[in-house]
Design a protein around this ligand. Structure first.
Ligand code: GUN
Length: 283
């Protein structure tokens, strides 16, 4: 069994991005710029936003932070997005999810210009992803693909099972695995005989948000097990995989924390650079 070190792989990705930005800005061109909007002060979201800012500083992306009061009307948020859409010095716009209940996340996502949608949440970019011509990669699924690649796990022809069908992870994950010629099954809360299906997986991606739900008896000997779950249980962070029993069966497995988590931000940095290159006609 080998543990996939997401922290190390993410550090390598960020170092590569930093090098690329250095080369892109060597002739005096401005640095890439990411605008992050946080509505309200949910502690978990505040941590994510702080980590994004830190990563931006590390790789050489200018980061703009907009903190809106939790009661700010939706119209104000849409106004800010419109302003950032039109600002030529901004390459990426990210609204940290979830937003407070009085704000419609769909309306927010569709308000972001598809050319600056570094989360790849906008319907246009989701469509591009599913038709096989993605511009921005959905960050967490892209992070999973990079972990597989860096670990030398090929996807082509493999049985891939994704547990979870969210717009942020499950659905785009299935698209990326399919694009790499995996045979993909998506399971969810209404799936019957879940264990029978997960046992067929050469590559299993757990993204259902239920602590320790996938246990060792549900996975195939020699499988690659990827854990996207981040669940707070007491004062501990645990994944959707029951790590100890799953590790006994796996050839490769990602830990929580230190697996998929650090990759999401590394991929966000890459998307911001992609957006920048599109803006300056460099791709
Ligand atoms: N909340 C949890 N994950 C994400 C993400 O990838 N992007 C945004 N914008 N919000 C999130």
């Amino acid at each position: 069994m080998k543990i996939i070190d997401g922290k190390a792989i993410s550090a390598k990705c960020k170092a590569e991005t930093a090098e690329e930005i250095k080369a892109l800005t060597a002739d005096g061109r401005r640095a890439p710029c990411l605008a992050v909007i946080l509505v309200g002060d949910a502690p978990a979201s505040a941590v994510y936003v702080r980590n994004k800012k830190r990563a931006c500083e590390l790789v050489g992306i200018t980061s703009l932070e907009y903190l809106l009061d939790k009661d700010e009307p939706e119209a104000k948020l849409l106004e800010l997005i419109d302003f950032l859409n039109k600002d030529e010095s901004v390459d990426g716009i990210l609204v940290q999810m979830p937003v407070p209940k009085h704000i419609d996340p769909e309306r927010v996502i569709e308000a972001i210009s598809p050319d600056k949608d570094v989360d790849a949440f906008h319907a246009y970019n989701v469509g591009k992803l599913f038709t096989g011509a993605p511009r921005f990669m959905p960050c967490t699924p892209a992070g999973v693909m990079r972990l597989l690649k860096e670990s030398g796990v090929s996807v082509s022809g493999k049985n891939c099972v994704v547990v979870g069908r969210s717009n942020i992870v499950g659905k785009p994950m299935s698209a990326l695995l399919l694009a790499e010629d995996g045979t993909v099954t998506v399971c969810h809360s209404r799936t019957k005989n879940l264990a029978e299906i997960t046992k067929t997986a050469d590559i299993l991606v757990a993204a259902c948000g239920r602590p320790n739900m996938i246990t060792g008896d549900m996975v195939k000997e020699g499988a690659t097990l990827i854990d996207v779950g981040i669940n707070r249980v007491g004062d501990k962070l645990v994944g959707d995989l029951d790590f100890d029993s799953c590790a006994e069966k796996a050839e490769y497995i990602t830990p929580v924390p230190g697996g998929v988590g650090p990759m999401t931000i590394a991929m966000l940095m890459e998307n911001t650079v992609t957006s920048y290159k599109m803006r300056f006609n460099l791709i």
